[in-house]
Design a protein around this ligand. Structure first.
Ligand SMILES: NC(=O)c1ccc[n+]([C@@H]2O[C@H](COP(=O)([O-])OP(=O)(O)OC[C@H]3O[C@@H](n4cnc5c(N)ncnc54)[C@H](OP(=O)(O)O)[C@@H]3O)[C@@H](O)[C@H]2O)c1
Length: 286
């Protein structure tokens, strides 16, 4: 599958390098800023294109790796050319192929979303870790086995997602990554209220975070659960809530602790968590 890439950013660089290193022919890059496309082409030993039509002509599959807000606009640009029988892919976790490529069925092209479930934060380094990633696939069902086969041969695991589940799927991914960043920042901010400098707070949390993540990955979130909610230490949880300085922080703590109560019940079915739930009810419900 000769693959052309539109959008020479983090994902464009990374997928191009990852694919080309494993024997998939990358035709080359087209990007808004020609210099980005030149750099990506040099990085992947492929060609720089300043002509979109030529890139399409030379490729069997086109990966549109631009920000989500620009995917449909780029698709509309390429659909002015001959795209019959081409595979048109985007990499957004949040959009289905139908959302991104309206009317694609009339062009004879086939639409897919191919989402690497991995945080790609660098153009030049992330390709090294990509074979650990799951690729979540959605699109024209008849052709999905080709992508499953191709990615399988690259050592990647795949999972199909139905179009209607894409946004929920993406929300789930955000919970395990982006929202964790929000929780860590919240924790650091509270430590600074207790006298830590921001740098000390970040340092002090490192062993706590890394040991916790290690246990979650090794044993699962329920087995890794410790702390006052798991112990049903109701007075401590109540004091935590009373000590938190703002309504939104209390709400964050309360809702997540409700989730922990459910998990703790699975872990310790002999223990009664009802007193914990009482403390965790919204203030007006107590
Ligand atoms: N980063 C991640 O962790 C990650 C993970 C999975 C999936 N994704 C998905 O991958 C896609 C790309 O994300 P990214 O993180 O690679 O974004 P990014 O680093 O911002 O790169 C996108 C690139 O697209 C180019 N571009 C923007 N508008 C364009 C247009 N109209 N025509 C042609 N090129 C255009 C820009 O390049 P120049 O202006 O330099 O030419 C920009 O560098 C998104 O759909 C995102 O949801 C991202």
């Amino acid at each position: 599958m000769k693959t052309g890439i539109i959008g020479a950013g983090k994902v464009g660089f990374t997928l191009g390098k990852f694919f080309s290193q494993r024997g998939i022919k990358i035709t080359g890059y087209y990007s808004r800023n020609p210099e980005s496309a030149r750099q990506a082409a040099a990085f992947t030993d492929s060609s720089f294109y300043d002509n979109l039509e030529k890139l399409i002509e030379d490729s069997d599959a086109i990966f549109i790796t631009v920000p989500d807000r620009a995917i449909t606009e780029v698709y509309r640009q390429i659909s002015r050319y001959e795209i019959n029988d081409k595979y048109i892919c985007h990499c957004s976790g949040a959009m289905s192929s139908g959302d991104a490529f309206p009317g694609i069925e009339k062009t004879g092209a086939h639409g897919f979303s191919i989402h690497p479930l991995f945080p790609i934060s660098s153009k030049y380094e992330a390709y090294r870790e990509l074979s650990d990633a799951f690729f979540c696939l959605e699109g024209e069902a008849e052709y999905l086995p080709e992508f499953e086969d191709m990615l399988g041969k690259l050592g990647c695991r795949t999972q199909r997602i139905e179009a209607k589940s894409k946004i929920l799927y993406h929300a789930a991914c955000a919970m395990a990554s982006n929202l964790v960043c929000g929780l860590v920042q919240q924790s650091q901010d509270l430590l600074t209220v207790c006298g830590f400098s921001p740098e000390q707070a970040a340092e002090a949390l490192k062993p706590l975070i890394s040991s916790n993540v290690k246990h979650i990955l090794e044993d699962g979130a329920i087995a890794a659960l410790t702390g006052p909610a798991e112990r049903c230490d109701v007075q401590t949880v109540k004091k935590h809530l009373d000590s938190l300085p703002s309504a939104d922080t209390r709400e964050l703590y309360r809702l997540l602790s409700m989730r922990l109560a459910k998990m703790a019940e699975t872990k310790n079915p002999q223990r009664d968590y009802e007193p914990l739930r009482e403390v965790l009810l919204p203030t007006e419900g107590r």
